[in-house]
Structures are given as C-alpha cells and as structure tokens.
Design a protein around this ligand. Structure first.
Ligand SMILES: [Fe+2]
Ligand SMILES: [Fe+2]
Length: 135
C-alpha cells in the first residue's frame, strides 16, 4: 500500500507536517524496496532510515508537546513507544529471517495504518490544542 500525505493530515505546525511527509516517503521507500526484491543490504538500509527517522520525528513532537504543556503528551509517549518497539522487532526479525512475508505484510499494512491513525487521532489533536491555546 502506497500512502500519501494530504491536507487532511495537516497538523498546522510546519516542522511536524514536513516530518510526516518525510516519514511517509521513507515508509514508501521500504515498501518499494520490498516490491522490487532488492538485496538484504539495500532493504536493511531503507528499514534503518525509517526507524532512525521515526525516532527523530517522535523526539521533535515530544519536545514541542512538552514545551506547550500539552495534556495529551502521555498518550503520545505511550503510542510512540509502542511503535518504537514494533520497529525494533521488525529490524530484529529482518536481521534473523530476512525479507519474509510477515515483514512485507507489516510494512504494507500495519505501519501505514498505524501512522495514518496516529496522525488523525493524536497529532491533529495537538494541532487543535495549539490553535486554541491562548498566546
Ligand atoms: Fe507525528
Ligand atoms: Fe505523534
């Protein structure tokens, strides 16, 4: 599944919106590498780019949310940790078993759905919080 960023996913914070677009690109790069049956070194590299970028993105959001004293930060932290754990498992499974069907399914279904749901249900709420926050 190729996923795309669109305006309905806009949080309204430029840094976050740019990172979401970059995150989606990196996920699509992994899916494309899987579909093209590239070698393990190349595929591993796309997976690591995705995992690294995920950490960068979560750290950025958590910093902005803490600075704004966002009450939803705890839920965000929990969900970010959950995905971080999943990505670690994916990397570990990949290093042990290579490009399995399970890996392809996780990349093609789970990760994209997770991201879209998280943006719609969690990150957009942060955007609304900022908009309504008195200056
Ligand atoms: Fe996000
Ligand atoms: Fe988030």
């Amino acid at each position: 599944m190729k996923i795309a960023w669109s305006k309905e996913l806009a949080v309204g914070v430029a840094e976050i919106d740019e990172q979401h677009q970059q995150w989606i690109k990196r996920l699509n790069d992994v899916a494309a590498a899987l579909a093209a049956h590239v070698g393990p070194a190349k595929l591993g590299q796309t997976l690591e780019f995705l995992a690294d970028y995920t950490q960068t993105h979560f750290a950025t959001e958590e910093k902005l949310m803490a600075a704004a004293q966002y009450p939803g930060l705890k839920t965000q932290l929990a969900q970010h940790q959950e995905l971080t754990g999943t990505l670690k498992e994916i990397l570990r499974d990949f290093s042990e078993e290579g490009a399995t069907q399970k890996l392809a399914e996780t990349v093609n279904n789970y990760l994209g759905n997770w991201l879209l749901t998280h943006i719609r249900e969690q990150d957009l709420a942060f955007g609304r919080f900022l908009k309504n926050k008195p200056a």
